[in-house]
Design a protein around this ligand. Structure first.
Ligand code: NDP
Length: 223
């Protein structure tokens, strides 16, 4: 039985990760930021913690909530989208929300939990997006969202140097049927999560994946 942490688990990909790990008999600690999300997680048998990753006061005390746990895998899933192009400048609030949730959150969380992961040669898996890739960008759509995921990708690359006992990954989940992905997305959340879990299970024994940017199935993506 592994111990798995899922940050941003109230719905979508995070919630499905909790479902599948619980179904497999793993111990799951998961976060949400409101009562309904916390209740959903408890109903699945997860230990539920209230964390708002965009709130420095909430996220900076994260390790206190975990109280010396040992972790096999930590997933950073929390994310917000925005479809605007560079033609419409973001408000300061929008910029802060996307950058704090998508990029700053992992920077706050990983240093706190790295010792808990290191004890088990664990994996820090951040859900990124192919939208964060320079090489795959052919439109200005979702410019701020892309920037936040590019920042996340660079963070993972740097963090791998600073936390060598942990495998650090940036993972694209595919285009997935969630509130963010919409109903027209070709991939079900169950398919995406099964593929992501399989990749993360193989990661500690795949040295080429340390600090890598991968598709959900383990295929390397261009930065
Ligand atoms: P959803 O919109 O369904 O879920 C987003 C999750 O992030 C929710 O649990 C939400 O919690 C949480 N969240 C947002 N802001 C915060 C915050 N400040 N603190 C804590 N939790 C927060 O989207 P997905 O499940 O699709 O997205 C999951 C990840 O996958 C994201 O990082 C997204 O960028 C990425 N992704 C998704 C793709 C897709 O096609 N779906 C494609 C590429 C990447 P709450 O319910 O409280 O709002």
């Amino acid at each position: 039985m592994n111990t798995v942490l899922v940050i941003g688990a109230s719905r979508g990909i995070g919630l499905e990760l909790v479902r599948q790990y619980r179904e497999a008999g793993d111990r799951v600690i998961a976060t949400a930021r409101d009562d309904a999300g916390l209740a959903t997680l408890r109903n699945l048998g997860a230990q539920a913690l209230r964390v708002d990753v965009a709130d420095p006061a909430s996220v900076s005390g994260f390790s206190w909530l975990l109280d010396g746990e040992k972790l096999d895998v930590a997933w950073y899933v929390a994310g917000v989208g925005d479809r605007a192009t560079t033609a419409s400048p973001p408000t300061r609030e929008k910029f802060d929300q996307l950058m704090h949730t998508n990029a700053m959150g992992p920077m706050m969380v990983l240093p706190q939990i790295a010792p808990m992961l290191a004890e088990r040669a664990g994996v820090f898996a951040a859900i990124s997006s192919h939208f964060g890739s320079f090489a795959l960008t052919e439109t200005g759509m979702a410019a701020l969202y892309r920037m936040s995921k590019t920042a996340l990708n660079m963070y993972i690359r740097c963090a791998q140097h600073d936390f060598p006992e942990v495998t650090c990954l940036a993972l694209h989940p595919g285009w997935v049927q969630t509130e963010m992905g919409g109903p027209q997305a070709p991939t079900s959340v169950a398919q995406s999560v099964a593929s992501l879990r399989s990749t993360v299970t193989r990661a500690p024994s795949t040295p080429a994946w340390r600090g890598a940017f991968l598709n959900h199935d383990g295929t390397p993506l261009p930065w």
